[in-house]
Design a protein around this ligand. Structure first.
Ligand code: SF4
Ligand code: SF4
Length: 499
């Protein structure tokens, strides 16, 4: 590049095309050189940890429930061994909102660290499938040569072996994936019981295996470049202060071939193209931050190796912000970073608080529609109620209802009372009897406590109807009950009916 740093800013021709499509509109197949170096080593270790965790988590059970389950079809969700019900949907919505804000703020400050280090797509592609490809077909130049050669015994053997292993791995990933959706027990039944009993499960495994095989054998980096919404959002999330994998053009320009002789006016970049050769998305990071960059850090390692060889300091390509590169300032812990990180901590804390304070038992108590109060022989007033109790715990609960009013009595209906099975919902009915002296008005707000195992689990408030305290001047009217009325509406009508 002639013209030094100024020309570096002016030349934006690389923005006129995308790396993975050639001028004829055909896909460019990348042959990235096998990376090596300090960061690649750490990424490999992190990936091993990630894969171990990914495979182990579905096997862990807490109180008879899996640690994680995301059964969308049956609407069963388990997080950290705690079952979430549709009634906990607000937690899910809050979690999603927090997640979106978290992702946006995190990316504004830390760029695409997630893509390079944690994203399952990157880990499977670069740390599993790509490594197998290097092992079977050799490094980039050997792969290129193999693909160009006519079909012979060597090529057939290598391709068959590679794709055989790829499909087997895709099959394993599909099983792991399904174990998060239907649970390991259901998955085990699909695998071990006769095929005829689990046709849909078997088809799902094959379908997912096919999808994963397609992605890792052929689609590859296009998942990040074309499909991934997070990747597409980078253009609006990143700014000049975001930390990205960046080329220090102030130090690197003007690039010139390495020579043992003096290179007047030359920067540290020797234009060796090693950073481009290792890039799995086929870009030249020296052009600046680009949508295709997944921050995989392979170019950092490649350039550091070159810098060591030519006795220059490492870090010509490094984690930095565009601002720090342009101004020459060091990347520091800025107020903006502190603020955003503080907000992230608060958001995570908020969601954690909501999860921790979530109740194990939830109840809805509604006065039975169309039924007024009764006056018992002993003078007490009774109302009939419908109750729904959700037991979110993994043990059965014998629920007892208590009303903290002197002379109050709860009479449950049915032989089994309010025995709520673990992890299930109970529909029940009960009468509440109150002495007339306890009623201050015709329509009263009454607290009903749910007790089990000597503990108060929840307190719900419901309405209790009693006789009118006003003088009745007209004949009573039989109440007309309309389907779909709310408790409040009904109370209003019955109140009038009694007048
Ligand atoms: S690896 Fe480093 S020295 Fe070589 S072209 Fe890339 S930036 Fe320049
Ligand atoms: S430019 Fe560097 S960090 Fe970005 S994808 Fe390519 S090799 Fe990875």
């Amino acid at each position: 590049m002639a013209g030094g740093v100024e020309a570096y800013y002016e030349d934006e021709s690389f923005r006129d095309h995308v790396s993975h499509i050639d001028q004829e509109g055909k896909r460019v197949w990348f042959y990235p050189k096998k990376p090596s170096g300090r960061l690649y080593h750490w990424r490999t270790l992190l990936s091993i940890g990630f894969l171990l965790v990914l495979v182990t988590l579905p096997l862990i059970q807490v109180n008879g429930l899996p640690l994680f389950l995301f059964n969308i079809v049956e609407r069963k969700f388990v997080l950290f061994g705690v079952r979430f019900w549709p009634q906990d949907f607000f937690l899910f919505v809050m979690g999603m909102l927090i997640f979106i804000v978290f992702v946006a703020l995190f990316t504004v400050v830390y760029g695409r660290v997630f893509c390079g280090w944690i994203c399952p797509q990157t880990i499977f592609m670069e740390m599993v499938f790509r490594k197998i490809e290097y092992w079977i077909e050799g490094d980039a130049s050997h792969q290129k040569a193999l693909n160009k050669m006519p079909w012979n015994a060597e090529k057939t053997k290598k391709k068959a072996l590679k794709h055989g292993i790829f499909f087997f791995l895709s099959f394993l990933i599909a099983n792991v994936f399904l174990s998060y959706i239907i649970g390991v027990d259901a998955l085990y039944r699909i695998i071990t019981e006769p095929l005829s009993e689990h046709i849909s499960g078997f088809v799902a495994i094959l379908l997912f295996s096919g999808v994963f095989f397609f992605i890792y054998a052929w689609f590859r980096e296009q998942a990040c470049l074309v499909v991934c919404p997070y990747g597409r959002m980078q253009g609006v999330l990143l700014d000049q202060h975001s930390i990205v994998v960046a080329y220090d053009h102030r130090r690197g320009e003007q690039r010139a071939r390495f020579s043992k002789e003096a290179r007047p006016g030359a920067g540290d970049c020797i234009d060796c193209h090693e950073c481009v050769r290792v890039c799995p998305t086929g870009i030249d990071i020296r052009n600046g931050t680009q949508l295709e960059c997944t921050n995989c850090t392979a170019c950092i390692d490649a350039c550091d190796t070159i810098m060591e060889k030519i006795n220059k300091p490492r870090g010509l390509i490094r984690y930095a912000s565009e601002y720090t590169i342009r101004t020459g300032r060091k990347l520091g812990w800025t107020n903006r970073m502190k603020l955003y990180t503080g907000i992230l901590v608060v958001l995570v804390g908020l969601e954690s608080f909501l999860l921790v304070t979530r109740t194990d038992v939830e109840a809805t108590i509604i006065r039975t529609r169309g039924v007024l109060f009764n006056t018992e022989p002993d003078g007490r007033i009774s109302n009939l109620y419908n109750i729904k109790i959700i037991n979110k715990t993994s043990h059965d609960l014998e629920v007892e209802l208590r009303v903290p009013i002197a002379g109050a009595e709860v009479r449950t209906i049915g032989r089994h009372g309010l025995m709520v099975k673990a992890d299930s919902l109970l529909d029940g009915e009960f009468f509440l009897l109150l002495p007339p002296g306890a009623l201050e008005q015709q329509k009263n707000k009454i607290p009903v406590e749910l007790w089990a195992r000597g503990q108060r689990l929840a307190t719900e408030t419901t309405t209790f109807l009693g006789p009118s305290r006003r003088v009745v001047t007209s004949a009573p009217v039989v109440p007309q009950v309309k389907a779909g009325h709310s408790d409040e509406q009904e109370d209003h009508e019955t109140e009038n009916d009694n007048h």
